[in-house]
Ligand binder design. Sequence first.
Ligand code: ZN
Length: 214
Amino acid sequence: MLVTHGCFMTSLDMHIHTMSGKCRGLLCAFALVLLLATRSFAAVVVIDAGHGGSDRGTRWNGLSEKNLTLDVAKRVETILKRNGVTTVMTRRTDRAVALESRAAIANRYRNSLFVSIHFNSTRLTAIKGIETYYRSDRGRKVAYTIQQSLISKVSANNRGIKRGNYAVLKHTRGTAVLVECGFISNKAEASRCGSAAHRQKLAEAIARGILRSR
Ligand SMILES: [Zn+2]
């Protein structure tokens, strides 16, 4: 992104030399606004580990969703920080956080990107795969980028992106997505979701998707 901005400014500089002072000033102001607007998108990434505390999320095959989501969230945080991204966690420990409070944390920031991390389950235990939810148009684009990143990095059934009415998506004013990282009701998927190496892969894919969508 920064490289693109650099090129843009360089070609702009060349044109500026041929313009009048007033026009040059206006163009510079416009370029600055454009640059700030682009840079301020997703200035803060709010990472939301689903469930926590008394809310264990779904439980299958010896796994509790709340522990998996926190582990992946922390891994995503580490990778994003390494890439210079400002991150905020809705929880860093095993504690319950109300859905409205999670959205409220994201709403403290202008142009934040809210990424909620979950694992899925169903009684139809043959079902497996990864899917990402969104609500807004901007959310749709981010969901698509994250979903593509996940599918290319983690060999999984691609359940695609879907419009969802989840409370955290509904109450978040900025861009928000919710990633369902796999069905722990499926024996094979639960087995790999239980491994730290797989969760690291999930985190890397999610982080890469976030970085690409900014
Ligand atoms: Zn969940």
